[in-house]
Write a protein that binds this ligand. Sequence first.
Ligand code: PLP
Length: 388
Amino acid sequence: MMIFDELINTQVKEMAPSGIRKFFDIASSKKGVISLGVGEPDFITPYHIREAAMHAINTGKTFYTANMGLIELRQEICNYYLRKFNLSYNPNNECMVTVGGSEAIDIVLRAILNEGDEVILPTPSYVAYAPIVQLSKGKVVKVTLTEENGFKLKREQLQKAISAKTKAIIINFPSNPTGGIMEYDDYLALADLIKENNILVISDEIYAELTYDKKHVSIANIEQLKENTIIINGFSKAYSMTGYRVGYILAEKPLIKMFNKIHQYTIMCASTPSQFAAIEAAKNGDKDIEEMYTSFKQRRNYIVKELNRIGLKTHLPEGAFYVFPSIKSTNMTSNEFCEALLEKENLALVPGSAFGTDGEGYVRISYAYSLEEIKQAIERLERFLQSL
Ligand SMILES: Cc1ncc(COP(=O)(O)O)c(C=O)c1O
């Protein structure tokens, strides 16, 4: 019998399975469960976007594209970033299409990290960053984002985390899981530190279209930081296109060239019909974004009000489609809380600890679900809290 354990890469062996998926495997094996766990819009992809994918298939546009993606798509992505966020990139060499933001995170980290390089990671954070840094032999340096600071990254925190080995920082605003955002002045306060220490900023802006009261600002909007910044974004969340698997990177030409080296050998190109759908989304999808946004805002306001009413202290998230209520008043760990809630009330949420130890004391609730489901979930949660 082969001993596979000896044959597996050490980093992979040590990688913990995603705290979200682990939990949902349990939830999916039970009947009658309401899950507010997955970060995926519940809208069917707008028809004109689906039609563009169907048309590509029907007309035989089903072959490999350029490694970097269809030039028409790169052009539309660059038009979109200029139109929406006032940032200008060259579609020929400063933009590449990836298989979701997920591939972008992987190839960016692999392309920049040498063994022992440090990556500053404000946490609680999206589940993929730390494992991919580790797989790329980098070292994660955590910085704790706190509710008191609105889950923003502060200058003093960044200053403390920087060392001679710092290669990059990963930021994600609007944030999964906290819903926190950063504004222009928040970024400006970090600018000299990033510049002086020659740090790359990986800015995951996948929720850029979902800021509720203030317009999204990219750290690349700070003029002197544009060249330091690697923007990651994609079509999954903004257009409800998670299964199409289209994302992109915007960055300086020498960096894109390196990212594309890994991409061309591992991926070749993103799915061709999906790229055609993405062209349609970027070109004619602004109205769809607005409709979904209005619905998300209504759900956010409802769920925050209700959570506070039933006794879970919840700050108002300024972006994305997650709320991050504190469960500290229950004296349970977030894992215990979610396990008991699932067991007693058939309601699945994600423990804050799935987003790093700094997420302990919180649970993440996705409101990318219908108001009806959210209402039922609140009823179950209220009964659960009363039973404690
Ligand atoms: C912060 C963040 N980045 C990236 C992704 C990956 O999205 P995709 O690969 O579908 O573009 C997600 C998905 O949940 C996310 O929450």
